[in-house]
Design a protein around this ligand. Structure first.
Ligand SMILES: Nc1ncnc2c1ncn2[C@@H]1O[C@H](COP(=O)(O)OP(=O)(O)O)[C@@H](O)[C@H]1O
Ligand SMILES: [Mg+2]
Length: 261
């Protein structure tokens, strides 16, 4: 990891209007991700994680604050971030290869070059032989890997994954965590990984940010100084897990106290 700042988020504030008036979701979020870093963001459901990722990816405009990549402010619609969505998002009528090539088609990349690039991705995700299958003919884990390949094929500066490995059985999840790490290391990507799973964050990340309940603020930061490859149930992993869960519990108690529960 070079340590050079890759992405900086500064003073992000975002509110939405809902039936009860205005809901402030993000309450001044600032952080920096270094080039090649694997950063996880952990926070309770509904605290604004997806909203934050959409702002980072230029899909949503903040009310206040800015996003900088390589020292330059980027606006809405920038395409420097590869996004892995929370819901499965493959096109059911397109094969694995055609799904992977989608972003290249949009950018007008010629067919021969598309094929070369998608070939490289099919090898990277180790799905050779499955490239002509449709999404319903592959497993949930293979579908997530195809989405990862589709995001990586355009060589984005930064990859953001929104609960990318949720809704999978434990074995598939563990396998994909390892695959995701292998691909991160092979590609040298800068990753922002959103999860509500503390074990997953500890196993995978260089650093973890904890968010509070809405309106979300960063309540703590953990630099995970465990050598890789890590072992899931190692004493070091369990120690981080315990510290993080303690912080989250205190935060939850504070939120309940505020609600007068
Ligand atoms: N477009 C929107 N309009 C109104 N409210 C929204 C919108 N998007 C998200 N919200 C609300 O903002 C809060 C945070 O949502 P979200 O970012 O999806 O949280 P998370 O991903 O952490 O579960 C939720 O209360 C959600 O209902
Ligand atoms: Mg979400």
């Amino acid at each position: 990891m070079s340590g050079r700042p890759k992405l900086t988020v500064r003073g992000i504030v975002k509110s939405f209007e809902n039936d009860d008036g205005v809901l402030r979701v993000l309450d001044g979020i600032s952080f920096t991700v270094r080039e090649g870093e694997f950063l996880s963001i952990v926070g309770p459901s509904g605290c604004g994680k997806t909203t934050l990722l959409k702002i980072v990816a230029g899909l949503l405009e903040p009310d206040e604050g800015e996003v900088m990549i390589d020292g330059e402010v980027v606006g809405i619609g920038h395409s420097r971030v590869g996004y892995i969505f929370q819901q499965e998002s493959l096109f059911p009528w397109r094969t694995v290869r055609e799904n992977i090539e989608f972003g290249l088609e949009i950018r007008g990349v010629p067919p021969e070059e598309r094929r070369q690039l998608s070939d490289r991705m099919i090898d990277l995700i180790r799905m050779r032989g499955l490239e002509n299958h449709l999404p319903h003919e592959i497993s949930g884990g293979q579908a997530r890997k195809t989405e990862l390949a589709r995001s990586l094929v355009t060589s984005p500066d930064i990859l953001v994954a929104d609960e990318g490995l949720s809704n999978l059985d434990a074995q598939t999840r563990n396998y994909l965590q390892e695959e995701f790490l292998r691909i991160w290391q092979e590609t040298g990507s800068t990753v922002i990984f959103v999860t509500h799973n503390v074990d997953e964050a500890v196993f995978m990340s260089d650093r973890i940010l904890l968010l509070s309940n809405v309106p979300a603020r960063i309540i703590d930061e953990y630099v995970v100084k465990i050598p890789r490859p890590r072992k899931r149930a190692s004493p070091q992993c369990l120690e981080y897990r315990a510290r993080i869960l303690d912080t989250l519990r205190v935060e939850q108690e504070k939120a309940l106290a505020r609600q007068g529960a």
